[in-house]
Design a protein around this ligand. Structure first.
Ligand code: PGA
Length: 257
């Protein structure tokens, strides 16, 4: 089973629609990104307000994702955005359960599972984020925490739906900190996530699901993570904001320099 590598940028609360268009224009001049796209899937997740502009302006080999999605179909949920609304705006991926959503906005394991279900229902690929915080890591609870988060996130999905989904292992202490685990340590955790998925949904799903590493990934370190057998790419925050940096990461993940 060969899994295509995947690079996803998570812009968090950065960039207006105008700034997003400038990123797209910059990426169009980066020949490396286009070459890398022959072997690596590429996507950018801007704020909701820049989705439409980015979907129009990005080269066709870069997909657009959302950073969040609400689990209800429609209704009196002020401030929320549904999966159907995202799909209608050209969105392909939806990040669910990012640690900033979990810690700052009270997103529970149960809500993450419901979000994954509604995303799939509307043809979006969920990017399910899991990861331990520093206290959990220090208490040797990493495997247990990511197993619990993974089980809850995939509970409502069929084996086939899990096979087509994406999981991102993002240790909370590595996000935005400049610190990363050793690639071998991330590999061990991700191997554990695949085992949990195999137990819950069968070995075919575990072999097909793409699992990314995230947390302080940059052009200089992405290849080392991507070289691990169970790591299928990266979810990148800060280093995805500049077109040149995004293109360099795409190239490095594709095996070039
Ligand atoms: P970072 O963020 O690359 O800036 O550490 C990663 C993420 O939060 O997805």
């Amino acid at each position: 089973m060969t899994r295509r590598k995947l690079l996803i940028g998570n812009w968090k609360m950065f960039k207006t629609a105008t700034e997003a268009r400038a990123f797209a224009a910059g990426l169009n001049t980066e020949s490396g990104a286009k070459q890398a796209a022959a072997s690596v899937d590429l996507a950018v997740c801007p704020p909701f307000t820049a989705i439409s502009a980015l979907a129009d302006a990005l080269p066709e080999y870069v997909k657009v994702g959302a950073q969040n999605v609400y689990f209800e179909e429609q209704g009196a949920f002020t401030g929320e955005i549904s999966a159907a609304m995202l799909a209608d705006n050209g969105v392909t991926f939806a990040i669910v359960g990012h640690s900033e959503r979990r810690t700052l906005f009270g997103e529970t394991d149960e809500a993450v599972g419901k979000k994954a279900v509604v995303a799939v229902k509307h043809g979006l690929t969920p990017v399910i984020c899991v990861g331990e915080n520093l206290a959990e890591r220090d208490a040797n609870q990493t495997a247990e925490v990511v197993a619990r988060q993974t089980r809850a996130a995939i509970a409502g999905l069929s084996s086939e739906q899990v096979a087509a989904s994406v999981v991102a292992y993002e240790p909370v202490w590595a996000i935005g900190s400049g610190r990363t685990p050793e690639p071998e340590d991330a590999e061990a955790v991700i191997d554990g996530i695949r085992k949990v998925i195999s137990e819950e949904k069968g070995s075919a799903a575990a072999k097909s699901v793409r699992i990314l590493y995230g947390g302080s990934v940059k052009p200089e370190n992405i290849a080392a993570f991507g070289a691990q057998p169970n790591i299928d790419g990266a979810l990148v925050g800060g280093a995805s904001l500049e077109a040149s940096s995004f293109a360099r990461m795409a190239t490095a993940l594709s095996g070039g320099n």
